[in-house]
Design a binder for this molecule. Structure first.
Ligand code: ATP
Ligand code: MG
Length: 358
């Protein structure tokens, strides 16, 4: 049984790998047994941050060539690391035998207190399957509007699949407490208004030049600069995480994989089409237009939702301010505070699309 935590984001480069790795080391320093799963499909980031380049990865476990223990990086500064890389891509398309091999590989592993999945950027089927199978998700975002919009997109997709545990949010690369608070409050407000999913703050990590220095020297900042501000933030997040133990419960790893693979099976594997009927089709029959997803329109709508929610919040703030600071005779009170009739707002949708599709 382990606490399984998937670290994700909408946007890339926001600090998932930094947080996954340093959080794992911090948990290990508290005496917990931690396994970090590098689930990045493309560039295996954990390797870059640690300077360790393993020759084998999860793919050779799926093919039955090696066991997990063979491919694992054992005891890197107190944690074990599983290099997922190309094997992670394979999990979206496993045969029944390979599924069995993968699940039983995890049965052979020793017990861990924490199993942390560092995922790649974007909402791929694999990333979603890891999220949906985890009891705990850490969603990393920065204060940048694009990062927050993408974090919201991720939450929207999770709620579409009815993810029902609160998602823990970490705001990274923070330059001021105020901006982090504003970013989190904006995200929470929008989520509360539009999505059936809960978010809760887990913490912030300050923007710290020592993080970059540690990347260059390929040593995690938590080890290289234990007293730097980013390490202190990681320590605070660790304490909060530890104190939340028991809230969501541990899970056996094989159940995690089972959930993960059934999610992919249900939502991503092509369903077998029934055999086409051989009735002749009239040539003049009207061609039905195919419905397609338009990611740019989806993004534009998200942008509008976010803008709308922050406007509603601002109006509320102004109203509260006026109530507190303006003396209005009682009987005129309601009339004076009533909002003007909304005018028709023309949203310059086309130029927004142009700006955002570059
Ligand atoms: N708190 C921080 N302060 C300063 N720089 C940071 C901080 N966190 C991350 N960075 C910088 O951002 C870069 C990207 O971080 P990281 O690789 O962890 O992001 P990621 O979300 O894992 O990216 P990807 O989506 O590509 O996997 C790092 O190389 C580091 O230089
Ligand atoms: Mg990464």
């Amino acid at each position: 049984m382990a606490r399984i935590i998937t670290v994700t984001s909408g946007k890339g480069g926001v600090g998932k790998t930094s947080i996954s790795l340093n959080l794992s080391l911090s948990l290990a320093s508290e005496g917990f047994k931690v396994c970090l799963f590098d689930a990045d499909l493309g560039l295996a980031n954990v390797n870059i941050l640690t300077g360790i380049y393993p020759k084998k990865d999860l793919e050779s476990v799926i093919s039955g060539q090696f066991s997990l223990n063979d491919i694992m990086i054992k005891n890197y500064q107190g944690i074990d690391i599983i290099p997922g890389s190309s094997g992670v891509e394979k999990i979206a398309d496993l045969t029944q035998t390979q599924t069995g091999t993968l699940i039983s590989a995890f049965l052979d592993l020793e017990d861990y207190d924490y199993f942390i999945f560092d995922t790649s950027a974007g909402i791929s089927s694999q990333v979603l399957s890891f999220c949906m199978a985890s009891h705990e998700i850490i969603l990393v975002a920065t204060c940048e509007p694009t990062s927050l919009t993408d974090a919201y997109s991720m939450l929207k997709v999770l709620s579409k699949y009815q993810y029902d545990c609160p998602v823990k949010v970490v705001i990274n690369q923070v330059t001021s407490g105020k901006s982090a608070q504003r970013a989190y409050a904006g995200l929470k407000e929008t989520v509360k208004k539009f999505l059936p999913i809960k978010v809760e703050p887990l913490g912030i990590v300050a923007s710290d030049k020592n993080v970059r220095a540690a990347v260059i020297s390929q040593t995690p900042f938590f080890l290289l600069f234990p007293d730097t501000i980013a390490s202190k933030c990681i320590k605070t997040i660790t304490d909060k995480l530890i104190n939340k133990a028991g809230q969501t419960g541990d899970m056996p790893l094989e159940i995690f994989w089972d959930k993960c693979l059934s999610f992919l099976e249900t939502h991503y594997k092509p369903k077998k089409e029934p055999a086409p009927q051989k009735e002749p089709v009239e040539e003049t029959a009207p061609v039905q237009e195919k419905k397609e997803n338009h990611p740019q329109i989806e993004k534009a709508l998200l942008h509008i939702e976010l803008k709308l929610s922050s406007l509603i919040k601002e109006v509320g703030d102004i109203k509260r301010f006026l109530e507190a600071h303006t003396f209005i005779p009682k009987k005129d009170n309601e009339k004076a505070l009533a909002l003007p009739e909304p005018k028709e707002i023309s949203l310059d949708f086309e130029s927004w699309l142009k700006r955002n599709s570059k």
